[in-house]
Design a protein around this ligand. Structure first.
Ligand SMILES: Nc1ncnc2c1ncn2[C@@H]1O[C@H](COP(=O)(O)OP(=O)(O)OP(=O)(O)O)[C@@H](O)[C@H]1O
Ligand SMILES: O=C(O)c1ccc[n+]([C@@H]2O[C@H](COP(=O)([O-])O)[C@@H](O)[C@H]2O)c1
Length: 437
C-alpha cells in the first residue's frame, strides 16, 4: 500500500523549488507538451463562442517549433496502425459467463474508420451483440451529454454494438490483455472527434485499487461528466479506470487481473463511455500516479496525435485525474506523494476532486500549498446525492456472508462469487472498520 516502499520512489526534499525539474524518466518527449488549458481559464466565458482557430494555430505553431528543433518524432501520422484494437484474449470461463459464443465483429469507435478489417480480425472472439431501440436512444443521449450538444447518431461514428447500458443485455465485452506483451491501449469508446466546435477534448482517468469496483466508482464519472459540462469548456471524449498493480501491497487487494476484469464488466455492462486500461496493473513495479497520467498522455496525444476537432484538425487532449476527497487528502500526508509529482499532476494535468462525506475538500485545497498554487487546474465536484459505498465494507460483507446486492453491478457480484473472491480474506476487521470512516 505504501508507495514509499517502491524502489523507484524519491522522498520529497524540504528545500525543493516550487517548479519541479522535469522527470528524466518521463515518457513525454519535451516537444509534445501536455495540453496547457485549465478549467478555470475557460469557464469564465462559458457561453461565448470559442475560437478554435486560435487553439489550432497555437497547436500548429507548437508543432512547427518542435520540427525546427529536431525532427518531429512526435507527430505520429494518423494511419490505421496508430489505432490498435483491443486485446481479445478470452478465458473459457469468461466466454461461458457472457452467455454466447457466437462471434460478431465489434468495431472500435476510434478505430472504426481507419482500421475496420484489422479490427474485425482481432475481434473475432467478441460475443453476440444484441441491441434494442432503447439502447440506441441511450447512447445518443449519453454522447449528447458529453458535449452538451445535440448531434445525430450517425455523425458520431458510434456503432449500436458498442452500447451496453442494460446490465443484463448480452453484448461483446472488450478485454484487456493479461500480460504487458499483449497489452494494447483501449480506444473502443474514445470519441475520435469532438462534437462541439466550442469545446476542447478531455479524458478523465481514475486511479485506485477498485477491489472491487462499486457503484460509487461508476457514479464518480457521471458526477464528473455533469460538472465538466456545467462548469468548463471541455468535452469529455473518454473515461478510464486504471487499477493499481499488485505491488501496491494494500490489504484487501484482489489479484490485478480480477480487479481489471471486474472493472471491465462494470464498464461494459453499465456504461456506454467508460473503459479500463490495464497498463498500470500490468507493471512489474508500483507505478506512481504522475507516470500513469504520462502514459495516458503518451497514448492519446503522442501516439495518436490528440483528438479531431469538428473541422477535422487534430488538437491536444487534456488528461485529468479523477479522485475522491480521501485520495486528495493523502496528498497532504508526509512522505506519501513526492512534491514534484504533485506539481506534475496538479499543474500539468489537473484534477477533478469528488467530495467525500466527512472530508472538507475545499478547506484542504486552501491549506495545501501546492494544491492552492494549481487551484485553477482543479475542479471540486459536489455530491448532490451522497454515496459512500466503500470497497472495504464490501469485502467485509462478503467475508461475513452478507448481501452486497445493489452496491455493485450484478455482473461484478457474479464474478466475485464465481471466483470466490474476498470470502477468505484475512484483512484485520479493525482495519476494515476504521478505514476511511
Ligand atoms: N465515498 C467516496 N467518495 C468519494 N470518492 C471516493 C469514495 N470512495 C472511493 N473514492 C475514490 O475512488 C477512487 C478509488 O478508490 P478506492 O479503490 O480506494 O475505493 P475505496 O472504496 O475507497 O477502496 P478501499 O475501501 O479498499 O480503500 C479514489 O479516487 C477514491 O478517492
Ligand atoms: O503517485 C503517488 O505517489 C501516489 C501516492 C499515493 C497513492 N497514489 C495512488 O492513489 C490511488 C489510491 O488508491 P486507494 O485504493 O489506496 O485509495 C492509487 O491509484 C495509488 O497509486 C499515488
Amino acid at each position: 500500500m505504501d508507495p514509499t516502499r517502491d524502489p523507484d520512489f524519491k522522498p520529497p526534499s524540504p528545500n525543493e523549488q516550487l517548479q519541479p525539474p522535469p522527470d528524466p524518466k518521463s515518457t513525454i518527449p519535451k516537444s509534445v507538451p501536455i495540453v496547457p488549458f485549465v478549467p478555470a481559464d475557460l469557464n469564465e466565458t462559458i457561453d461565448a463562442p470559442f475560437n478554435l482557430e486560435a487553439v489550432s494555430h497555437a497547436h500548429k505553431n507548437q508543432n512547427k517549433k518542435s520540427t525546427k528543433n529536431k525532427k518531429n518524432k512526435n507527430h505520429i501520422p494518423l494511419n490505421q496502425f496508430d489505432f490498435q484494437p483491443l486485446s481479445t484474449n478470452i478465458s473459457e470461463d469468461e466466454i461461458i459467463e457472457s452467455g454466447s459464443q457466437n462471434s460478431s465483429p465489434k468495431t472500435n469507435a476510434i478505430d472504426s474508420e481507419d482500421d475496420t478489417n484489422h479490427n474485425d480480425e482481432k475481434t473475432k472472439a467478441s460475443q453476440n451483440t444484441t441491441t434494442t431501440d432503447t439502447d440506441s436512444n441511450a447512447t445518443t443521449l449519453d454522447y449528447n451529454r458529453m458535449s452538451g450538444t445535440r448531434v445525430s447518431f450517425s455523425t458520431l461514428g458510434v456503432l449500436k454494438s458498442q452500447i451496453a447500458d442494460l446490465e443484463e443485455v448480452p453484448h461483446g465485452i472488450v478485454r484487456q490483455a493479461r500480460t504487458l506483451e499483449n497489452y494494447e491501449f483501449p480506444t473502443h469508446r474514445l470519441s475520435k472527434k469532438l462534437q462541439d466546435p466550442n469545446k476542447l477534448p478531455l479524458v478523465i482517468v481514475a486511479c485506485g485499487s477498485f477491489s472491487p469496483i462499486t457503484y460509487l466508482h461508476l457514479r464518480m464519472f457521471e458526477m464528473a461528466l455533469d460538472a465538466v459540462i456545467e462548469q468548463t469548456r471541455f468535452e469529455i471524449v473518454g473515461g478510464y479506470y486504471s487499477p493499481v498493480s499488485d505491488n501496491y501491497n494494500k490489504s484487501g487487494l484482489a489479484p490485478a487481473h480480477h480487479r481489471v476484469r471486474m472493472c471491465e464488466l462494470a464498464c461494459e455492462r453499465t456504461s456506454s463511455w467508460l473503459m479500463v486500461d490495464a497498463w498500470e496493473s500490468l507493471q512489474v513495479n508500483y507505478t506512481r500516479t504522475a507516470k500513469v497520467l504520462d502514459h495516458f498522455n503518451h497514448e492519446i496525444n503522442v501516439k495518436r496525435g490528440g483528438i479531431q476537432s469538428v473541422t477535422g484538425e487534430k488538437i491536444g487532449c487534456k488528461i485529468m485525474l479523477l479522485a475522491g476527497g480521501d485520495l486528495i487528502e493523502s496528498m497532504g500526508e508526509p512522505n506519501v506523494w513526492a512534491d514534484q509529482d504533485l506539481h506534475h499532476i496538479l499543474g500539468n494535468y489537473g484534477c477533478l476532486i469528488l467530495e467525500r462525506t466527512g472530508s472538507d475538500v475545499r478547506s484542504f485545497l486552501l491549506s495545501h500549498d501546492i494544491m492552492y498554487e494549481h487551484r485553477r487546474n482543479v475542479l471540486v465536484i459536489s455530491q448532490l446525492i451522497y454515496n459512500d459505498i466503500s470497497s472495504t465494507k464490501i469485502r467485509l460483507f462478503l467475508r461475513r456472508g452478507m448481501s452486497i446486492q445493489y452496491l455493485l453491478p450484478n455482473s461484478v457480484i457474479r464474478y466475485i462469487q464465481e471466483h470466490g473472491l474476498y470470502v477468505n480474506s484475512s484483512e484485520p476487521v479493525k482495519q476494515v472498520l476504521d478505514s476511511k470512516d
